[in-house]
Each structure stands twice: as C-alpha cells, then as structure tokens.
Design a protein around this ligand. Sequence first.
Ligand code: SF4
Length: 273
Amino acid sequence: MPLEHRHALSILHHDPLDTPEHPTEELLTAQGRLGRVHSIEWGSMVDGPGLRCAIFLSGCLLRCQYCHNPDTWAPRNGRLVEVEEVIDRLRPYLRMMSLGHGGVTLSGGEPLYQDRFAFEIFKACRGLGLHTALDTSGYLGDRASEEDLDLVDLVLLDLKSGDPDLYQRLTLKPLEPTLRFARRLAARNHPVWIRFVLVPGLTDPVDNLEALANHVAAWPNVERLEVLPFHQMGQYKYEAMGIPYPLANHPEATADQVRQVVEWLRSRGVPAV
Ligand code: SF4
C-alpha cells in the first residue's frame, strides 16, 4: 500500500476530527484533494498541443544544472489549494482551450512529487472534457498506477540526457527510473513527446545524442522529440534565492545549433522537431 494511503488510514483511525465535515489538511493532502500550486500560466503554446493552461506544482527531487525554475523545488513553496479551486480557476478558460485545441498541462517542479493531487486534478479535468498532459522527468513514474495513467492523454517526458553518467551529473539522480517509466509507457502504447534541452558543451556530445536516439528508437509510442534550447532566463532566480547556479554565464543554445541537432536526430530516424 502506498505510504500516503497508509498515512491517511492511520489518521482516520486516530484523529476524531477527521470526519467528512472536518477533514484535516494532512488527510486532504493524502487524499489528493489539497496540494501546493506554485503558479498557473494561461495561454501557453509550449506545453503540449494547442492553447493550454499550464499548472506548475511545487516540489522536485532533481537538481538539473540548467533548471530555470529553482523556485519550484521546495515542496512548501507554493499556495495550498483544493482541487475544486484549481478547477474553478480553469473555468473561464474552457472556451479558449477548446477553440485552441489545447487542454491542461501539469508541470513543475515535478508534478508526480504530489502524485495524488496531480491525478485528482486530471480526474476533474477529464470530467470537463479537457485534454490532459503530464510534463514529468519520469523519476517518480513508479508512483503512477495504470489507472492513473489512463487519466493522462499525453506524457511530456523530459529526457535530460541519454547517457546515464551525464544524467547523474546533470540532475544528481539516476537515469534508470526515467527509462523504466518510458518502457512502461511504451508497453501500453501511451502517447509521449520527449523533451530534450540542448545545452552547448554539456548535453550535445555526439555520444549523448547517440544514446538519446537509441532510447527513443526503442519506444514506438514516441510521437515527437522536442529539442529545446538552453536559455539563461532563470539566472536571476538563483541570484534572488542566494543559491549557486552551476551554469552562470554559460552560453545559450542558438537556433542554428538546435537546427543541426534536430537534423542529426532526424537522420537517425528520430521524429525530432
Ligand atoms: S526536473 Fe524540472 S523542475 Fe526539477 S530540477 Fe529538473 S528542470 Fe528543474
């Protein structure tokens, strides 16, 4: 039994205030009815197909060198909201999402850090007929059951590196959980877009691109691989937070470098864009 469910049961057992009329914050969180939202972006066109609402949930276990959202790392760095409030805030944009052939994307941080909350939001989105996308590193993919994944129309899987050693250096976590999640998605023929950040001099060695191409070639469910250029838009956040930024003053990826990598991947049969 997952830890959070055990926790919920133990709370139910020992706390007389945990009646349906007086659920505690801890119980609501364990049930996924309450969670921390860092921010919401309306009208995103870069977080999946169409015009979307991107909801950034708090908490992440990775420490990617190029992360431009370090302010989402801390689990408590966000507003505590109920699923109903999230959905109420989506309602004025339902028409925009429908006309724009979009939907809702959960991102972060790492949305699976608050897995119960994430899937409760998706369940409610499905109730509104919205397309759902999960933007994840896949590191916590084991937390998603098959039934949970049934609530997700598209997985945006961030593959930081194809080479396991580089992945570890880049994120301070191992690559294997992400590969395991990707294999599960492939086995269930789940629609996936891979996202890869091109950092010149860091993620662009040909060995790494080869490894990336080999992984993707084994997953026929991958509809596309997006090569995203590394940029420095998050640098000010590190300065404001007073934490070291490993890629301070590192060169950004140019449009030409991205185009070359896309062409190279396409020449290997990868549906890169
Ligand atoms: S997984 Fe995303 S939020 Fe977490 S450190 Fe990496 S880039 Fe940042």
